[in-house]
Design a protein around this ligand. Structure first.
Ligand code: UD1
Length: 337
């Protein structure tokens, strides 16, 4: 049976991806240091799927600890999620972000080489398109011009993996550029559980909906968009997770880059209105100034992933809002209950 290592597999996207791999009949090994996640997520993955996961608590920057995993498992690929991901924090702690995110990626490359593991799927981001608003983004659009160190780490790791795969015959590197993942597994057993006050829209809306936060701040209503609020390509995390399985199943020698998005842009108000309607809840909000670094509009052209990976996002905004709220209501304090 095929086997993949998910670094950072206990996190939001990692845990949903673990479910989809297991349901596709592919074995999963997870390594996570739980710096921003909980081992409970993996217990829940096992409950959902009825299958077991080999779980290691280790920091992927620790090469010896991570080598043990490569030693104990014959891996077909690594799906590399592990990394720091808070945009604002990255501006304040750039050295920590570059050290952690680049080191962990380099350790993965070194161990893949040592153990002749030939596939890597990387958790990249639409943030690599920088401040451009030449939408929809296609994979060959210019990258760079990132507005924060977090974004630059994604850009740099893409380049490292390109160079590594190009220099190493037989290796396949697939760079997945996520748009805005939201929602949760429909079981409500796993979902997004940010520590502290959420930075992103959907978890903020969820916490307002359950009364954990009093008010949503809408960052600007004077953008050149249909209703003045920012437009994003929100994608259901289960669709996104399935994109990783498709990427694994379509691995080919060399480097490939895919946008994972729906191809549709929805505004902040669209999200709030859908959330209220689908869940029959109130979302008190107020309009405040724009958030520095935000663009007006961002959405994907996902046609390359649609054709080459035979993958397509099928869930809509209503599904995302329903599933996100279901998770939040069942777990008002995330995994800390
Ligand atoms: C952000 C990051 C991106 C990262 C992604 C996932 C920036 C500039 N970009 O994307 O690099 O990959 O998160 O972690 O930070 N909004 C509000 N109120 C809120 C929160 C958000 O109005 O409390 C608005 C934003 O202004 C934006 C939209 O909601 O228009 C989406 O914001 P967010 O969920 O933070 O995602 P991005 O900014 O698109």
């Amino acid at each position: 049976m095929a086997k993949v290592l998910l670094t950072g597999g206990a996190g939001y996207i990692g845990s949903h991806t673990a479910v989809e791999f297991l349901e596709a009949g592919i074995d999963v090994v997870v390594v996570d240091n739980f710096s921003n996640s909980s081992p409970k997520a993996i217990k829940r993955v096992e409950q959902i799927t009825g299958k077991s996961v080999a779980l290691y608590e280790a920091d992927v920057c620790d090469k010896d600890a991570t080598r043990k995993i490569f030693d104990e498992h014959r891996l077909d690929a690594v799906v590399h999620f592990a990394g720091y991901k808070a945009v604002g924090e990255s501006v304040k702690k750039p050295v920590e972000y570059y050290r952690n995110n680049l080191d962990s990626a380099l350790v993965v490359c070194e161990l893949m080489r040592e153990y002749d593991v030939r596939g890597i799927v990387f958790s990249s981001s639409a943030t690599v398109y920088g401040v451009s608003e030449n939408v929809p983004f296609k994979e060959d659009a210019p990258t760079g011009g990132c507005t924060n160190p977090y974004g630059w780490t994604k850009y740099m790791i893409e380049q490292i993996l390109r160079d590594y795969a190009n220099a190493t015959p037989g290796v396949s590197a697939t760079l997945l550029r996520y748009f805005n993942p939201v929602g949760a597994h429909p079981s409500g057993e796993i979902g997004e559980d940010p520590y502290g006050e959420p930075n992103n829209l959907a978890p903020y809306v969820c916490q307002v909906a359950v009364g954990r936060l009093p008010l949503l701040r809408v960052f600007g209503n004077d953008y050149p968009t249909p209703d003045g609020t920012g437009v994003r390509d929100f994608i259901h995390v289960v669709d996104l997770a399935k994109g990783h399985v498709a990427a694994f199943q379509h691995m080919k020698e060399g480097v490939r880059t895919y946008n994972l998005g729906t191809g549709h842009g929805y505004s902040v108000f669209d999200m709030i209105n859908a959330f209220k309607r689908v869940n029959n809840v109130e979302i008190p909000y107020k309009i405040v100034d724009r958030r520095p670094g935000d663009v007006a509009t961002s959405y994907a052209d996902p046609s390359l992933a649609n054709s080459e990976l035979e993958w397509k996002a099928t869930l809509g905004l209503d599904d995302m809002c329903r599933d996100a709220y279901n998770w939040q209501r069942k777990n008002p304090n995330g995994y800390r209950d």
